[in-house]
Write a protein that binds this ligand. Structure first.
Ligand SMILES: [Zn+2]
Length: 230
């Protein structure tokens, strides 16, 4: 789970990796015979009984730096990824973060550039980045189904993936995501809802050097065990 790729000198939420660090991390994967792919490609491979050696890479929030900094590095390593964007904040900024630097978000053009790149999947992060467990029914539907409609139109294909803002998820949110026609959804933590509509992810940041990645890789396998087969 990545967010922004760029200058991480002022980064209170630790959501930014430098392009150089991302380059090293993807190199680390490749040296181990692993390859980063979009969630859609990962899940499709798994449903065919394949997918060993594939690692789902996700970038949340749809920062404009994805196109400038992440795409070239991904391409250099032959990796794909899923980019979860906010169609209610096109060309906006991360106004939901109370502190820290304002970061530019992608607009229509940038999202289409990413969508047209081989191996890159566009998913929805909702419309505007609200905590869905605290949203009323109407807002929840707009954020989940509304964002899928807008994005599918924008990229010219049905959007398959959803990602819960803040990683917060409950039964009602899961049901709404499934009913809206998504094929899967990403959460963060492992929990009772873990499964195709609340896939756990591991945060990867600027401090994740080779040996930390190695540890996270091993620990994630352990923490995944209870949901295997879901
Ligand atoms: Zn987010």
């Amino acid at each position: 789970m990545y967010h922004s790729v760029g200058d991480c000198s002022d980064d209170p939420y630790r959501i930014t990796v430098s392009p150089r660090r991302l380059d090293r991390q993807l190199g680390w994967l490749r040296r181990r015979g692993l390859r980063g792919v979009s969630m859609a490609d990962l899940l499709a491979a798994r449903s065919r009984g394949e997918g060993r050696g594939l690692v789902g890479l996700t970038f949340d929030d749809g920062y404009a730096d994805f196109v400038d900094h992440a795409l070239p590095v991904l391409r250099r390593h032959g990796c794909g990824a899923t980019l979860f964007v906010l169609p209610g904040r096109l060309d906006g900024v991360n106004a939901w973060d109370p502190i820290g630097p304002r970061k530019q978000l992608l607009g229509k053009r940038g999202i289409r550039v990413a969508a047209a790149t081989e191996g890159i999947e566009i998913g929805s992060h909702g419309l505007t980045h609200v905590d869905l467990t605290k949203a009323d029914d109407r807002t929840l539907r707009a954020e989940v189904a509304g964002s899928r409609a807008v994005l599918s139109e924008l990229v010219g294909a049905p959007v398959q993936g959803f990602c819960y803002p803040y990683g917060t998820v409950d039964q009602r949110a899961v049901r709404t995501v499934r009913d809206a026609g998504y094929a899967y959804a990403c959460a963060v933590d492992l929990g009772p809802l873990s499964g195709p509509y609340a896939l756990p992810r591991v945060h990867v940041g600027e401090r994740d050097t080779s040996w930390r990645l190695h540890l996270k890789h091993r620990l994630h396998r352990l923490r995944r065990r209870p949901v295997e087969g879901v």
